[in-house]
Every structure is written in C-alpha cells, then in structure tokens.
Ligand binder design. Structure first.
Ligand code: MN
Length: 230
C-alpha cells in the first residue's frame, strides 16, 4: 500500500465515522401515502366517494411519488416534510409543489370526519368567538377567503407565528403557511380547505360555494381543537 492509498483509506474511514450518527437517525424510508382515517364513502353525501378515491389515491399519491423523485439525489432525502417546507421549498419548484401537496393533503384528511360538523366547543370554540366575534362570523370570513382565492389553492386557519393569534389566510397552488421566504402570513395550520377544482368538480362542478357549505358538515373539530391546544 503506498502512502497515497493509505491516506485515502484514512480519509474515507474518518468521513464514514462522522456520517454514522447522521445515518442512524436518518429517516429510514421514502415518503409514503398515509391511509385515509375513514373509508372513501364515509363522508357521503357531503364529499362523494369517487372524488375521495381520486383525490387521495391519484392526486395525493402523485405528490408523494413526485416528491420522492424530486428529493432523490439531493441532500433533502433524509429531511422530514416539515423541514423541507421550512428550509428548502423556496429553492426548488418541484420540491416546493410536491412537498406542499403531500403535507397539505396529509393534514386535510385528518381534519375531516364522518362524525364532524356542527359548532366547535372547547378551547378552539372559545378562541374563535374571541377572535372573530362569533362562530358564524368566523365561517363567513373563511368562506369569503375561500371564494376569493383565484384559481387553485388552500384556505387556512393558522396560529400566527408573530402573535400566537388565530388568523384566516390563503395560499396559491400547494404553498402553505409553513413555507419560509415564500409565504408572508406564516403560522401553524390548524384547519385547512383544499379549493382546487379536483377537490369538488365531480360533485359540485363550478359551484365552489356549495362545496364550502358541505365542508362545514365534515370538519373534525376535535382534531382542530387538538392541534390548536398542542
Ligand atoms: Mn387536492
């Protein structure tokens, strides 16, 4: 073994030792499509089965597949989706769109429930009244934001990072309030509504207002309250 080979081996070995803990704690597998927490027909008649099947099984699945494709061969392969949204999304459009799509839909499914709807109680019920005047006033403002979001996007209820107050906001495409350097009104999302046409076109066609009305019947306020209080 000549000196050069020896030094090369030392260099590779020491680099591997430094990488070992990183590898041990790295995310073990690629991003995966989470199962729906209820059957696809469970939200009928408000959200129809075929829309749920396509929305989850095709649209969301495609964001997961494309996110895995986009992070392959990058250092971000071991990042969590939240880390990607916070730090990476601004740099690469493919990662921004697909990490956003994956995060947004994963959250959205948990915010719906066949036993949902009605008026929220508990901490979130109180906070909505304190912030917006009444639950009805909150609904009106949320609906207004959803109707005025042009094209595809999302409407959010967030806990604003700046003052910890509740705030209604919306984002285009698959952007979301976690994205640094992209989104101005940033915060922790506790309620979300997908207003892309793929979320409602089969049942409601162009009538986004009817879809929003249906949404109120399936909101999982227990989950919203849990996220608000955590
Ligand atoms: Mn969608």
């Amino acid at each position: 073994m000549n000196k050069r080979t020896f030094l090369k081996i030392i260099a590779v070995a020491s680099a591997s030792i430094w990488l070992l803990p990183y590898r041990l704690f790295a995310k073990p597998s690629a991003f995966t499509l989470p199962a729906l927490p209820y059957p696809t027909q469970a939200l009928e008649p408000h959200f129809d089965q075929m829309t749920m099947e396509i929305h989850h099984g095709k649209h969301h699945a495609a964001y997961v597949k494309n996110l895995n494709e986009a992070v392959k061969q990058t250092n971000y392969v071991d990042y969590s989706v939240e880390e990607i949204l916070g730090e990476v999304a601004a740099k690469q459009p493919a990662i921004r769109n697909n990490a956003g799509g994956h995060y947004n839909h994963s959250l959205f499914w948990t915010l719906l429930s066949p036993t949902g709807g009605g008026e929220p109680t508990g901490a979130i019920g109180e906070a909505l009244k304190d912030t917006f005047g009444s639950f009805q006033a909150f609904q009106e403002q949320f609906q207004k934001e959803a109707l005025s979001r042009f094209g595809s996007g999302w409407v959010w209820l967030i806990v604003d990072y700046k003052n910890q107050k509740l705030r209604i906001t919306s984002t285009p495409n698959q952007d979301n309030p976690l994205m640094k350097k992209i989104v101005k009104e940033r915060g922790r999302p506790i309620l979300a509504l997908d207003v892309w046409e793929h979320a409602y076109y089969l049942k409601y066609q162009n009538k986004r207002a009817d879809f929003i009305k249906a949404f109120w019947n399936v909101v999982n306020w227990e989950e919203v309250n849990k996220r608000f209080s955590s």
